[in-house]
Design a protein around this ligand. Structure first.
Ligand SMILES: C[S@@+](CC[C@H](N)C(=O)[O-])C[C@H]1O[C@@H](n2cnc3c(N)ncnc32)[C@H](O)[C@@H]1O
Length: 223
């Protein structure tokens, strides 16, 4: 499966800025605008996909949530029954997450550089976060995730449906706050996961009602 095509115009980052700096600064500045301290989980897409994950995990499972944001709703919900580690690039997001979900452990790091011992987790989740990582770094990330999981471990990832790399100018309507998005198409993700040692066991779309912009894949590490 080949790397996704992006047009040069789409791929350009204003002022030659590092896309990760754009992402970190954007979430630092707009953390609260993106997600308040609370979220109505019931009936949401998050609730649907967390239930699909629950069906595959036993109590006390070790779960890593990549790009955990402020920890609400995903880490907060998962921490009710699992040993959860949340990881995020944005110091503001991590600070809020530590206050909002004191029972979980949090790490402030770039997911593409994070290091965990082999077999550290029964599951890894990534809701709307891998799509902030430059697409050329994503295949290597899936290989790293496979290493962090136990054999038979599960990855739940929100990924792109259509290839697109773009820097939005005024994210969430905030003047002068850019945000960077980067993702491949669904077939490419499927291939990357297979190549990293996963078998895709479930897939769907998000949002589940309305016009779906993203795909959701649940994959099981072979072995
Ligand atoms: C759209 S938010 C989603 C937050 C949360 N997963 C949710 O669904 O509510 C994306 C999150 O991923 C984090 N993120 C983006 N790139 C990252 C990276 N390279 N390493 C770690 N976290 C990253 C951002 O800081 C942000 O908190």
């Amino acid at each position: 499966m080949s790397e996704p095509a992006t047009s040069p115009a789409d791929a350009a980052v204003p002022g030659g800025r590092d896309p990760k700096e754009i992402v970190r600064e954007g979430y630092d500045r707009l953390s609260r605008a993106y997600r308040p301290d609370d979220f109505a989980l019931q009936g949401s897409g998050y609730a649907h996909w967390i239930a699909r994950l629950d069906a595959r995990l036993g109590p006390g499972a070790r779960v890593l949530d990549l790009g955990c944001g402020n920890g609400v709703p995903v880490v907060r919900e998962l921490a009710r029954r699992y040993a959860v580690t949340g990881l995020d690039l944005s110091p503001v997001q991590v600070e809020r997450a530590r206050a909002l979900v004191p029972s979980a452990r949090f790490v402030c790091a770039d997911m593409s550089e994070a290091a965990f011992e082999p077999g550290s987790f029964e599951a890894v989740t990534a809701f709307f976060s891998i799509i902030n990582l430059p697409v050329e770094e994503q295949p290597a990330l899936f290989r790293r995730i496979a290493g962090w999981l136990v054999p038979g471990g599960v990855l739940l990832a929100v990924v792109g449906r259509v290839a697109r790399t773009v820097t939005e100018k005024d994210w969430l309507g905030a003047r002068g706050v850019p945000m960077f998005w980067s993702h491949a198409d669904l077939a490419t993700y499927w291939g990357w996961l297979e190549a990293a040692g996963f078998a895709v066991v479930e897939h769907g779309v998000e949002p589940r009602h309305g016009d779906p912009g993203f795909a959701v894949l649940i994959a099981r590490k072979r072995g």
